[in-house]
Design a protein around this ligand. Structure first.
Ligand code: TRP
Length: 459
């Protein structure tokens, strides 16, 4: 990432800076757009009743996601280091207690846990590339497609193999410090993914059930949404925007001083949301047209999209392309989940990048085995009716990320001197700044706490 030396008068990034704001937008969008948008959003929307869930998610993106993204970028740019070192510097600069450094520790842990299951799902995307190429889906019925997917889940060996491949690819990129390479690839591939999703939506429009899909996504039925569903919607706003664990903070550390943080944050959030909504618009009409259940769970896109690909002209080509693009989107997200840990090991433990990546990758790979087994061997072992995968996702995504975000909002809103944040956001003390200030001081923390209390049935 070191292209140009940092010439900041405050803190300097030891890794140099992005050459311009588009490099940052690209990297951050590469981190944000991933399995969360295309795999997770549709399946949790389906499980949580549709429209009302989507509405709460969109609200969370607007009042929690965008302000927290601005906060992460501003903290990162001010501290110019890994999340832990960034927060430590800022604590000193603000004469606040070093307690806040827990944000960094907690974030690294959340990143490790999330990547451990993210990689298993990334493996699903990878194995669907040869599947698609072989024409396996051509003319398949819904049952046949479901059988292929269930066969995959039932095979721990295959899941483990592809989980390993995904981890190996991620850690190779991180170890060689060639994230810039993948970001270049993503610069071309992301627009292609976007166009392909548009093609899929176009296809879905002709299925006869498009209106039903649209209604499912956008017509809120609040009776279908539980308190737990609200918590999941909020957790997903963090997950899909890569917030709450320091991934965006570390990318912000390389952001040149003259870039408007508010603008880039809004661009990233809007792009990410659009991708998720397009995925939903492509998938739900297929679900209804084939008499499938929206609440089919984590396999939803792997049992709906292949049906459509199997029927459309050029399906082998489109399906192969789709899973290649999905894998790239997953990779560019995965590298940001582990970047804080690896950079911290390099800076604080004086490890080489290769050693740091090997160590982190190995730990994450091991935890991932738990997720691999939770789909077959240990699928009956549940805690609070959740398998290992469900529990890990729940704790990391719906509890740890919002807690991380809450801590960042409190730190920036109440402990970091207002002059510092105003200076970094460079919006003066005008209306834009006051809106952000009000949101991170009051609205975001209250919203997170209320959703937590609501889900635990305390209120
Ligand atoms: N946002 C990514 C997705 O939607 C996943 C991701 C990457 C992430 N980095 C993160 C989630 C950091 C939480 C925190 O696929």
């Amino acid at each position: 990432m070191s292209i140009q030396q940092g010439s900041d008068n405050q803190n300097q990034s030891i890794h140099g800076l992005w050459t311009n704001r588009w490099m940052f937008v690209l990297a951050a969008t590469g981190s944000a757009v991933g399995l969360g948008n295309i795999w997770k959003f549709p399946y949790i929307t389906g499980e949580n009743g549709g429209g009302a869930f989507v509405l709460v998610y969109l609200l969370c993106v607007a009042v929690i996601g965008i302000p927290i993204m601005m906060t992460e970028v501003l903290l990162g740019r001010r501290g110019r280091s890994t999340p832990i070192n960034t927060i430590r510097r800022l604590c000193d600069e603000a004469s606040a207690s070093r307690f806040w450094v827990v944000i960094g520790w907690f974030g690294m842990l959340a990143g490790l846990l999330i990547l451990s299951f993210y990689s298993v799902i990334g493996g699903w995307a990878l194995v669907y590339i040869p599947n698609a190429m072989s024409g396996m889906f051509s003319g398949s019925t819904a049952e046949q497609v479901a059988e292929i997917f269930n066969g995959l889940l039932a095979s721990p060996g295959t899941l483990l193999f592809w989980h390993s491949v995904f981890m190996l690819m991620t850690m190779t990129i991180v170890a060689r410090g060639v994230e810039k390479g993948i970001e270049k690839a993503v610069r071309i591939l992301m627009p292609v993914l976007f166009v392909l999703l548009l093609v899929m939506v176009g296809y879905a429009m002709n299925l006869g059930e498009f209106a039903r899909g649209v209604a499912f996504l956008f017509k809120p039925d609040f009776s279908a949404l539980s308190a737990n569903g609200v918590l999941i919607a909020m957790g997903h706003a963090f997950f899909t925007l890569s917030l709450g664990m320091g991934a965006i903070m570390i990318y912000g550390a390389y952001l040149p001083k003259d870039v408007s943080i508010a603008k880039v944050s809004i661009i990233i959030a809007v792009a990410d949301t659009l991708v998720a909504l397009l995925a939903g618009l492509a998938i739900f009409p297929i679900v209804f047209a084939n008499g499938l259940e929206p609440s089919a769970g984590p396999g939803l896109i792997f049992v709906t999209l292949p049906i459509a690909f199997g029927q459309m002209p050029g399906g082998v080509f489109f399906s192969t392309l789709f899973f290649v693009l999905l894998s790239f989107a997953a990779l560019s997200s995965a590298i940001s989940l582990v970047e804080p840990v690896v950079t911290w090991l390099v800076e604080n433990k004086k490890m080489s990048r290769v050693r740091a990546s090997t160590l982190a990758g190995f730990v994450i790979w091991c935890i991932g085995i738990g997720t691999v087994l939770s789909f077959n061997v240990t699928s009956a072992v549940t805690v609070f009716e959740k398998t290992f995968f469900d529990l890990l996702d729940f704790i990391a995504t719906n509890i740890m990320l919002p807690l991380g975000g809450l801590a960042m909002a409190l730190f920036a809103g109440w402990f970091l001197p207002r002059l510092i944040s105003a200076d970094e956001l460079s919006m003066g003390q005008g209306a834009g700044f006051r809106v952000w200030w009000f949101l991170v001081r009051y609205i975001t923390p209250c919203a997170v706490v209320l959703v937590f209390l609501n889900a635990t049935k305390i209120i």
